[in-house]
Write a protein that binds this ligand. Structure first.
Ligand code: ATP
Ligand code: MG
Length: 209
């Protein structure tokens, strides 16, 4: 059976940090395909605090179009209400076995999950393999993962992955656009074009943190 990766996120907007992480996971873990899954809106955030899901979906599609092993899934965008990763992984588990399904995250996200901050975190951690990438500003220590682990069992299905450091975040990109500073080379040109054409991020600076 195929081994596949799932890269979830708000992607507001998608950037090279996401793409490098997904590509490195694909190669290091011999994944046949990586699905990018933009959320409809993140839990605890109102719909109006993030950019319209269709814009985020289009930008993510444009970003992955040159990689035949990447595609974008509408599974969360088409599901009403806030997007819980556990619902998505439960749906995917109908098609893939736990050992063939890899949820890819940055260091900040995996620490939240391991600490129990996501919906049904402990159960989520049993559904598939997890790949956690080191992310500048969010040091990832295996020691911390063990210390904060809420599941009460060893996390044998959690794999830590080193990636070339990329201190890029969507928050910084939104801020740069609002301030008229450059975003070129932080994300694919096609995504920057969509932002310019649609006039996204010009006014408000929103942080999802
Ligand atoms: P924001 O600043 O709005 O929170 P973000 O840059 O963190 O945006 P998200 O859509 O929140 O992007 O992140 C989706 C996933 O990608 C998360 O698992 C996050 O940890 C990971 N990620 C984001 N940026 C990077 C990066 N530069 N390197 C590695 N992983 C990253
Ligand atoms: Mg984030």
């Amino acid at each position: 059976m195929a081994r596949v990766g799932v890269m979830g996120g708000t992607f507001d907007p998608v950037h090279y940090g996401h793409l490098v992480t997904a590509e490195e996971a694909r190669v290091q873990f011999t994944l046949e395909h990586v699905f990018f899954v933009p959320n409809r809106y993140p839990p605890h955030k109102a719909l109006d605090q993030v950019t319209d899901p269709e814009h985020r979906y289009t930008m993510t599609q444009r970003a992955v179009q040159t990689n035949e092993r990447f595609s974008v899934s509408r599974i969360e965008i088409d599901r009403p209400g806030p997007s819980f990763t556990i619902d998505t992984l439960e749906a995917l588990r109908k098609e893939y076995r736990a050992q063939d399904l890899f949820y890819i995250t940055g260091a900040d996200a995996i620490l939240q999950i391991v600490r129990g901050e996501w919906e049904r975190s402990a159960e989520l951690l049993t559904l598939c393999q997890f790949i956690a990438a080191s992310r500048p500003g969010f040091p990832l220590e295996v020691h911390d993962l063990r210390k904060y682990n809420v599941t009460g069992r060893p996390l044998d299905n959690l794999h830590v992955m080193e990636i070339p450091a990329l201190a890029i975040s969507s928050t910084d990109i939104r801020r740069r656009v609002a301030e008229g500073r450059p975003i070129r080379y932080l994300l694919p040109d096609e995504v920057a074009e969509h932002i310019a054409e649609q006039g996204l991020y010009r006014r408000s600076v929103r942080s999802l943190e």
